[in-house]
Design a protein around this ligand. Structure first.
Ligand code: FEO
Ligand code: CA
Ligand code: CA
Ligand code: CA
Length: 632
């Protein structure tokens, strides 16, 4: 692969090149067996009805409208697919830009992004960063404050003057500043929703912001470095993907593909034990190692042990120090979905987004008391890995010393190895978990494994071809699926659960077998690769996609990436929003009055939102009903 090809890979594609994983996972086999037991699946997931009823051929948006709307709980007419370079929402709704990469948070930053250089180094920590992802809105003494992640950077977009080459410490500094987290006040002005420039809440947290390390791994020798011999203080948070919010009003940002930032200036450096499973190698994606010794593992071999955590940020206090909560484990954290058990213990569901990794749950030892001390709740608790069984039940298996053969601290630093030892069920890329506020159940998007390009080698020769035509419903999880579980005794802290599939995405326009998708997929709601997911206060599940928008081969008729709304009770799924071509939809939150929805548009290929000749800019958009009604 050429360097340019490598630069254009998504994170999961890059991982497949650097750290290939087997094609099949236990969860897929569990689903196959469960499906072959007739009667297990709910009506929602019975296969083929969509294909049988709708036949083949692509329907237009009018047909989509007609199909999606009859007798549904949704207050809008579903939209059709789009393949253009803008955002679409249903009739009666409007949208506008809230914040795009380069927009000033402070008045000392330029109002307009310098298109020739992609913004200056000096302004790079004073502006809205790139690649918007998970977000949450907090109402703080009447102020609407959004905390939002900037997952990664597109080098060619951010460094147009060098064609994306990272040639200097300045280039590195700029890229470091454009990632992390933005905290910003927003307000509804005459021109619609806008960032409040110079608000005292505004803050950029990036790759050099000082953070405190807390929980079981704090101070451990594996977290000690020359710059931090105590192992208690770290600079920065990396690859902030999904998010979460605690019951006490703090923001949780999730470090996902942290491995890609580390490399070695010494090609002969022998990688330490534990790097391999996390995909940490000799070459980083941004050449940080060439100009910032902290990211050169030959000089600082413990630095990668200080990333891959959940970080808690207090959006109400711009001077507060973010805290890395090591008790929630170290892996490629997708998001952090919080729930409260009936006894007040805090439950956090956590996905590890890499093929063949796991779904986790954290349960605090202490209980949450409104107004009480919350500092210990994410430091002192138990971590579990999910095991799914073919009879539709499952269990959260504790990552105890007995189950893992590792001590408590080791399970938090090398959590992936602990989960393997404990016998968790390997999954196909768990993305966001969403907890239903109106019913004791949680959902997880298992996005796809569509990214295996021909010719990529599979280390260890473990790529066994599945036998097509066997009970296996799908030789490849090309379109993705959403699993959900129902905790025993209506208690998120209970160790047992029942599970089923909420949806198996598919393409009934092309297939009449299991690739047509489950019964709630039809020609009016085609999508692939569910990723971001969040319930609104009415109990509607919002599903965002990060998939293949080529509209070719298996993806014909699916349009651009999109956001859909799902009814958890009937299984009905309808399309609400489509993104510009090339972009994924990721991140969703609401104004306090629930009359505006904020949605993230990440990595558009096209020059969205400014038009021809301009740099493409990741953007958070505001969406509202023209009649001022509720949108969530
Ligand atoms: Fe950052 Fe797994 O998406
Ligand atoms: Ca994601
Ligand atoms: Ca994704
Ligand atoms: Ca992404």
């Amino acid at each position: 692969m050429t360097k340019q090809d490598l630069d254009h890979l998504s994170w999961d594609e890059w991982d497949e090149v650097n750290d290939p994983r087997p094609a099949n996972f236990e969860f897929d086999k569990v689903v196959e067996e469960a499906i072959s037991r007739r009667g297990f699946l709910s009506g929602i997931v019975a296969f083929g009805s969509g294909a049988a009823v709708m036949g083949s051929g692509l329907l237009n948006s009018t047909a989509a409208h007609a199909m999606g709307h009859s007798g549904s709980r949704f207050a809008f007419d579903p939209i059709g697919i789009f393949t253009d370079n803008t955002v679409h929402v249903p009739e009666g709704y409007s949208w506008s830009n809230l914040a795009s990469w380069g927009d000033p948070l402070f008045s000392d930053a330029p109002v307009e992004l310098d298109q020739a250089i992609g913004g200056s180094v000096e302004s790079s920590d004073r502006i809205f960063g790139e690649n918007t992802d998970g977000m949450e809105l907090f109402n703080i003494n009447g102020h609407e404050v959004i905390a939002v992640n900037h997952e990664y950077v597109n080098k060619g977009t951010n460094l147009p003057a060098t064609g994306g080459d990272v040639n200097s410490a300045e280039d590195v500094r700029k890229l470091q500043n454009l990632q992390g987290v933005t905290v910003m006040e927003v307000a509804r002005g005459e021109a619609g929703w806008e960032v409040v420039v110079d608000s005292p809440f505004n803050r950029r947290i990036h790759h050099n912001t000082e953070m405190r390390i807390a929980g079981p791994a704090a101070g451990h020798p594996l977290l000690q470095t020359a710059a931090d011999p105590e192992g208690m203080t770290v600079l920065g948070t990396l690859n902030n993907c999904g998010a979460g919010r605690t019951p006490w009003g703090t923001y949780l940002t999730c470090e996902e593909n942290f491995n890609g930032y580390f490399g070695s200036t010494d090609e002969g450096f022998e990688l330490p034990e534990g790097y391999d499973r996390y995909g940490i190698g000799l070459e980083g994606r941004y050449n940080y190692e060439g100009f910032d010794p902290r990211f050169d593992v030959s000089q600082n071999p413990n630095e990668p042990h200080r990333f891959g955590y959940i970080v808690e940020i207090d959006p109400a206090d711009p001077t507060s120090t973010p805290v890395k909560r090591t008790a929630l484990g170290r892996f490629k954290h997708e998001n952090a979905a919080c729930a409260l058990a009936p006894d007040g213990r805090v439950v956090v569901y956590l996905g590890d987004d890499e093929r063949g990794e796991y779904l986790y749950r954290y349960v605090s030892n202490g209980v949450y008391q409104p107004g009480g001390d919350t500092d210990h709740l994410l430091d002192d608790g138990t971590l579990y890995v999910a095991r799914f069984d073919t009879d539709g039940t499952g269990e959260w298996v504790e990552l105890s010393e007995e189950n893992t053969g590792m001590n408590d601290v080791e399970t938090r630093i090398f959590t992936r190895m602990a989960a393997s030892a404990a016998g968790g069920t390997t999954m196909d890329r768990p993305e966001w978990v969403a907890v239903n506020p109106n019913s004791v159940e949680a959902y997880c998007a298992l996005t796809n494994n569509s990214r295996r390009a021909p010719g990529w080698t599979n280390r260890g020769g473990d790529l066994a071809e599945p036998v097509v035509g066997s009970p296996n419903p799908r030789a490849e999880n090309r379109y993705g699926q959403i699993v959900r579980w129902f905790p025993s005794n209506d208690d998120h802290a209970a160790d047992l659960f029942r599970w089923d599939l909420y949806v198996m995405a598919g393409n009934p326009g092309l297939h009449s077998d299991a690739y047509a998708g489950s019964g709630n997929i039809h020609m009016g709601n085609l999508f692939n690769s569910p990723d971001g997911m969040m319930f609104d206060s009415a109990g509607i599940l919002w599903i965002q996609t990060d998939g293949n928008d080529s509209n070719e081969e298996g993806y014909v008729g699916m349009g651009n990436n999109q956001m859909l709304a799902g009814d958890p009770e009937t299984g009905e799924i309808v399309r609400f929003l489509t993104a510009p071509n090339g972009a994924e939809v990721t991140g969703i939150t609401w104004s306090s009055d629930r009359r505006t929805m904020f949605v993230g548009i990440q990595h558009p290929d096209a020059p969205f939102p400014d038009g021809e000749g301009m740099l493409p800019r990741s953007t958070v958009v505001a969406v509202w009903r023209n009649d001022g009604g509720l949108v969530g």
